[in-house]
Design a protein around this ligand. Structure first.
Ligand code: 5GP
Length: 139
């Protein structure tokens, strides 16, 4: 069973497509958080960013890079929040990687990315050192 976004890629369900190339596509979000709210996807189905091969990741970022100014300028936005919900526990509902470009306006009442987190952890310096070393060893 293909994802709803694969069905958009295949033209099986309609969408307001604003950009398309061989490997990526961008279209307006059906339930926008702001005018111009755009989703950028790889055409092939990958559930999480972690699953995307390097070449597709490069293509995906190139499309995001291209669409950010296009989206902002089209709705005369002051800024934009650009984000992925990467995994169900992070709020991802459609299991097909998608980048949200949400235009932002002065005084729009929205928050920063920092607003997504719950209670902030208290981490001692040695814990931070261990985490940093562990990430570095895997990167
Ligand atoms: P998520 O929570 O997975 O990061 O975001 C999924 C997004 O996809 C939501 O913002 C939702 O409004 C959007 N969406 C869900 N179904 C459709 C659809 O059929 N067409 C379009 N254009 N957007 C959709």
């Amino acid at each position: 069973m293909s994802t709803i976004f694969s069905q958009i890629v295949e033209g099986e369900i309609p969408a307001r497509v604003v950009y398309e190339d061989e490997t990526t596509m961008a279209f307006l979000d059906a339930n926008p958080l702001a005018p111009g709210h755009t989703l950028v996807i790889p055409k092939d189905e990958y559930e999480r960013l972690n699953d995307i091969p390097d070449d597709v990741a490069t293509d995906l970022y190139a499309t995001i890079h291209r669409l950010i100014p296009a989206v902002e300028e089209s709705v005369d936005a002051d800024a934009s929040t650009v984000a992925f919900n990467n995994g169900e526990e992070a709020g991802q509902e459609v299991p097909h990687v998608h980048c949200h470009i949400v235009p932002r306006f002065e005084g729009d009442g929205g928050g920063p990315i920092h607003a997504i987190a719950g209670d902030r952890p208290e981490l001692a310096d040695d814990e931070l050192d261990d985490i940093a070393a562990d990430i570095e060893s895997r990167a």
